[in-house]
Unconditional design. Structure first.
Length: 145
């Protein structure tokens, strides 16, 4: 039996959070899902679900279990928003890397004309979550260099 693909924004964001928070390989070990809004269900314009923070100079030993890192020792890498049928990642740093990597991986991407500029990467199905995590990894490596 074949199941339908996941195309529910909240579920896609949950899968993304699980990948970012649950994996301990490579640069993902320095990331944590923080400031979750558990009441977020999604909207046409997008509703903020959580942030992805990056440990700076060993801000926490185990980012997977530290959900309230010291703000002075971590940096906001991205914000994740829930739409009714997709999730959206807004990268504040590493915009060029996010755009290039997302395009290479065939994810929908566009710039956001704000100050400072941001890059938006859309995750439109559960099947795209792994590729979105690859974008998160590439951006993390770029801003850590």
């Amino acid at each position: 039996m074949v199941e339908d693909s996941v195309a529910d924004g909240r579920r896609i964001a949950e899968l993304l959070a699980s990948e970012v928070d649950g994996r301990v390989d490579g640069v993902l070990d320095a990331l944590a899902v923080v400031n979750p809004d558990r009441s977020a269900t999604g909207s046409p314009d997008g509703e903020r679900a959580y942030d992805v923070a990056r440990a700076v100079d060993g801000a926490w030993d185990d980012a997977r279990t530290q959900h309230a890192p010291d703000d002075s020792r971590s940096e906001l890498l991205a914000e994740v928003y829930i739409h009714e049928d997709r999730a959206r990642i807004e990268f504040r740093d590493g915009q060029d890397t996010a755009a290039e990597t997302a395009e290479e991986l065939e994810l929908r991407v566009r710039p956001k004309a704000v100050r400072p500029p941001q890059t938006l990467v859309f995750v439109e199905s559960g099947a795209e979550v792994k590729r979105a995590v690859d974008v998160v990894e590439a951006v993390t490596e770029a801003v850590s260099a």
